[in-house]
Design a protein around this ligand. Structure first.
Ligand code: HEC
Length: 197
């Protein structure tokens, strides 16, 4: 009987692995095209020079980022290389302070503290401007990140992590860029999305 023949199973295993390897390579190429800056889901780093908002997309069934007119971060429009360097610096600061021990980024991390994937769009930053005595969202975020214990707004406090002003600015650049990434509706319980429904 053919099912008793080890050659039959070996041939089956080899051909399954061969076919699935090709599928995996195709999926990897497809994902890389979607997740690279400038790809279908990830805007170029210069997106931090623009206004970012969210809108419900009825075809896809969830909210998607809407990138529109000029709104340079800290009032300074950056070229692609400078914007990339600033966002990269923000990523390094995030890694140096292990923010993911408490927060979530793109689905990675913890839920001790708010999900940061769309934190740039949190409508509460407007109230924080009054509290921190600043007149822009990014300036309020810098003040908060440098001294979260002083500007505590929640039952759990974020500890002071010794973030300098330059580090805080790079963190805000990272957070703004991250908010512009099309994450297929993630996270679904995002503050602003709830308020708009
Ligand atoms: C020990 C846990 C912990 C760590 C580590 C931590 N945070 Fe937080 N973070 C919190 C808590 C708790 C809050 C809510 C505090 C509040 O609202 O007063 C918070 C709030 C925030 C907010 C406001 C979010 C919003 O939209 O309301 C931002 C932005 C933020 N953290 C960024 C960071 C960054 C960037 C790092 C790393 C440099 C970091 N946090 C590290 C616990 C932490």
């Amino acid at each position: 009987m053919v099912v008793d023949d080890p050659a039959f199973w070996r041939a089956g295993a080899i051909s399954t692995i061969a076919v699935m390897s090709v599928v995996l390579i195709m999926l990897t190429i497809d994902s890389l095209a979607a997740i690279s800056p400038g790809g279908s889901h990830v805007p170029p780093y210069t997106v931090i020079n623009q206004h970012i908002d969210y809108k419900f997309d009825s075809n896809r069934g969830f909210d998607v980022p809407v990138i529109s007119g000029a709104e340079p971060l800290f009032g300074k429009s950056l070229d692609e290389a400078t914007a990339a360097a600033l966002i990269d610096r923000g990523k390094m600061v995030i890694q140096s302070r292990a923010c993911i021990d408490c927060h979530t980024f793109f689905g990675n991390g913890a839920y001790y503290a708010p999900d940061l994937t769309k934190a740039w769009l949190d409508p509460d930053w407007e109230g924080w401007q009054a509290v921190t005595g600043t007149d822009t969202r990014e300036a309020a975020m810098v003040k908060f990140l440098m001294d979260p214990e002083q500007y505590r707004t929640w039952t759990r406090a974020m500890p002071n992590l010794g973030v300098s002003e330059e580090e805080a600015q790079s963190l805000v650049a990272y957070l703004k860029w991250m908010a512009a990434v099309d994450t297929n509706g993630f996270p679904p319980n995002f503050n602003q999305i709830e308020k708009r429904q």
